[in-house]
Ligand binder design. Structure first.
Ligand code: SF4
Length: 374
């Protein structure tokens, strides 16, 4: 049975009190990282940072798939969009992500045929309706959405559709966690693990975090109270010097994940080294289509001739996504970079760290400013 507002507030107050009690014995603050854009937004919406004692710090990691999509991918998508024989299908967030010279939104305004879809499966209908064109779905996402894109490939194959392709920038979360853990600049005492990734993968894929790096991790749901509960479990492990992976989202996440989704993923994709915007190449962190599905791989079907490079800008997304700085440390934040005119992808996506700080963080800035801590 759902809790009433008053019961939720009482439960939250009790958890905060317990976290406060544990944190009082600390010699140095605990630093926990959330690696899911939905968590980032929920933490802001719920005012969770403000509720926590000073000794418990939350930092955001590379949890938003749009934010970590590199601009060379966007440049490739734009190059395909400029062709008259191609229809691009994509999720709406991608339109405003900057490439090195343009964005899909700008190309759409100039006449490119770019259509927003709510599921990759919508691309099948568009491919049937336009047999004279190639339909290109921009497959961007983590383990959460990759099975649906893979299912689209399988369904297109079953229906004998020859004019539907994917441009894959799909990514895997566990290799990114390993990368963060190996970075000497990054200090994290625990991970708030993404519930919807774990729904697909199960919890076992995160075990290395505790076993190899002795860092605790808790799989969390998305309601503020669920997140608070997961933070409490992280604090408890940290206080006891423990490191294990706990599942605080057991109502949805099973230890073995979703075997059917995993099967589809393994059927269609294989891991490949992949570029993460502002971070660089992370070994075996991307998903590319296996050879037997190359008919659905746009880069195989219509390879682009020019070379795409990653440009350097003043955007500090890479450091923001590694938890090294907050968006406020970026000189462009709230000035030349705002949601309506984003310089970097972290300001574009609704789940982007900079967008969340911009939308929900203002009150906290004032609060900090008033207390002299800004
Ligand atoms: S505020 Fe804008 S420019 Fe700065 S790090 Fe965020 S997205 Fe990049």
């Amino acid at each position: 049975m759902a809790l009433t507002r008053a019961e939720e507030r009482a439960a939250a107050a009790k958890i905060i009190e317990e976290i406060r009690a544990m944190s009082q014995k600390l010699e140095k603050p605990w630093r926990f990282m959330e690696v899911c854009g939905t968590h980032t937004v929920s933490i802001f919406r719920g005012g969770i940072r403000q509720m926590l004692p000073e000794q418990v710090e939350l930092v955001s990691g590379p949890g938003c798939p749009v934010c970590v999509t590199p601009d060379d991918y966007m440049d490739k998508a734009i190059a395909y969009a400029r062709r008259e024989d191609i229809i691009i299908t994509t999720f709406g967030d991608m339109l405003r992500v900057p490439g090195s010279e343009s964005s899909l939104g700008e190309e759409q305004a100039k006449g490119a045929d770019i259509r927003i879809v709510y599921s990759p499966l919508d691309s099948i209908r568009i491919a049937w309706e336009h047999p004279d064109k190639k339909v290109l779905f921009l497959a961007v996402g983590f383990e959460t959405t990759a099975p649906t894109a893979a299912a689209t490939v399988l369904e297109a194959k079953r229906q004998g559709i020859g004019n539907l392709c994917l441009l894959s920038a799909q990514k895997l979360v566990p290799p990114a966690l390993r990368f963060l853990l190996q970075d000497p600049e990054i200090h994290v005492d625990g991970f708030l693990l993404p519930g919807h990734v774990a729904v697909v993968t199960g919890t076992g894929v995160f075990r290395f975090v505790a076993e190899e790096y002795h860092i605790p991790g808790v799989v969390a749901g998305f309601e503020p109270l669920q997140i608070l509960r997961a933070i409490y479990l992280l604090c408890r492990q940290a206080a006891e010097g423990e490191a294990r992976i706990e599942n605080a989202y057991g109502s949805v996440v099973r230890p073995e994940g979703n075997p059917h989704s995993r099967e589809i993923l393994e059927e269609v994709y294989e891991p490949v080294d992949a570029g993460w915007r502002g971070i660089g190449i992370i070994p075996r962190s991307g998903l590319c289509m296996k050879g037997k599905y190359e008919a659905f791989d746009m880069e195989h079907q219509l390879p682009l001739e020019r070379e795409f490079k990653i440009r350097k800008t003043a955007c500090r997304c890479g450091e923001v996504l590694r938890g090294l700085v907050t968006p406020r440390d970026c000189p462009l934040f709230g000035k030349s970079c705002v949601p309506t005119h984003a310089v970097g992808p972290c300001m574009v996506s609704v789940e982007g760290v900079c967008a969340a700080w911009y939308k929900y963080g203002q009150g906290r800035f004032q609060q900090f400013a008033q207390s002299g801590k800004a």
